[in-house]
Design a protein around this ligand. Structure first.
Ligand code: SF4
Length: 150
């Protein structure tokens, strides 16, 4: 079983209430080999919502208390992102998922690169909060751009 970012399966769970639909990801769900989750919604963030980025590090730094998740309006939403990561791991354990295909560049789901906290569209190396949390707990995380390219 595979965990996937819900926006990739067409759920309108992005910050702007849109999605990142991809037909090959939807196929995985239809074939019952993937289960969608949006960690930000699961952690209690509303939709639509003010966009957030990680300030001072990446998702691993957030988990270890060295960085925070801040919205573009300056609200600290670190705890909600952390809660969402825990819910994602709960679902992974429930369905026996040992890998996750996660949306590139998201402050929750990004696996390789994320935005740098300046809200200027600048990318930096690093993972989102849920990606880092899942990886830390033994789930293989796969960047959606890499998966879709194959
Ligand atoms: S948190 Fe993940 S699943 Fe939810 S909208 Fe962002 S990238 Fe998609």
């Amino acid at each position: 079983m595979i965990l996937i970012s819900a926006c990739l399966a067409g759920f309108n769970c992005k910050y702007n209430a849109k999605n990142n639909f991809n037909a090959s990801i939807e196929e995985l769900v239809k074939n019952k080999i993937a289960v969608p989750i949006c960690p930000e919604q699961a952690g209690g963030m509303p939709t639509p919502r003010v966009p957030a980025e990680i300030l001072g590090g990446d998702g691993l730094d957030v988990i270890e208390g060295r960085a925070r998740v801040i919205t573009s309006e300056g609200e600290d939403v670190t705890l909600k992102f952390f809660e969402g990561a825990k819910e994602a791991l709960k679902l992974a354990k429930l369905v026996g998922a040992n890998k996750a295909i996660l949306k590139s560049r998201s402050p929750s789901c990004g696996c390789c690169k994320i935005y740098d906290g300046t809200f200027k569209g600048v990318l930096r190396a690093g993972m989102g909060v849920s990606a880092a949390y899942l990886l830390k707990h033994g789930i293989e995380v796969i960047d959606s751009d890499e998966f879709i390219k194959k």
